[in-house]
Design a protein around this ligand. Structure first.
Ligand SMILES: Cc1cc2nc3c(=O)[nH]c(=O)nc-3n(C[C@H](O)[C@H](O)[C@H](O)COP(=O)(O)O)c2cc1C
Length: 160
């Protein structure tokens, strides 16, 4: 069976980690994109995105062509927005039935991740949740070390 990495990323941190994981374990990759994306350089970014996340908004996401049936192990990654997962992922969880998968969770945050993994797990009942890992703004801090950590984590996770 195949492996898949699903992620959303606005500023590139989660994308960076996702690409490292996918390359390490030979997984397919699905990047979720909002139809109306908040501009990276918008000074209101934190406010707009934070509000969406707090209101549990489900913004329209761009269509994707992935058949989840083909995969047994899925890695799901998101930035932390207002102590929870990104709204685009909320839309994905609503639109898609994910069950009977082995799932690894990862996130990127700026220092206050809250209970993000508990919130993701609530959306993923009926699956086996494996290990979880978080990274603090890898592109701003120790990028190479975080890439290594992500690769080792994913590698171990698929061995078991
Ligand atoms: C709208 C918004 C809300 C955020 N809320 C939080 C938060 O609650 N806690 C936190 O630690 N970081 C928060 N951050 C910071 C991001 O989680 C962090 O910079 C992450 O590495 C960004 O990932 P990305 O580059 O994949 O988008 C927020 C960032 C944005 C844009």
């Amino acid at each position: 069976m195949k492996k898949l990495v699903i992620f959303y990323s606005l500023d590139g941190n989660t994308k960076f980690i996702s690409e490292n994981i996918a390359e390490e374990i030979g997984a397919d990759i699905l990047e979720l994109k909002s139809v109306k994306e908040i501009k990276r350089n918008n000074v209101m970014k934190l406010f707009l995105g934070g509000k969406q996340a707090m209101m549990k908004s489900e913004p329209e996401i761009k269509p994707f062509d992935i058949d989840l049936q083909e995969y047994d192990t899925i890695f799901i990654g998101t930035p932390v927005w207002a102590w929870t997962f990104a709204p685009a992922l909320r839309t994905f969880f609503s639109k898609t039935k994910i069950e009977n998968k082995r799932i690894g969770l990862f996130c990127c945050h700026g220092g206050g991740p809250g209970k993000i993994f508990e919130k993701m797990e609530e959306k993923l009942e009926g699956n086996e949740i494996l290990e979880k890992i978080m990274f603090k703004d890898p592109l701003k801090h120790d990028k190479e070390n975080d890439a290594k950590k992500a690769r080792e984590w994913a590698g171990k996770l698929i061995e078991n």
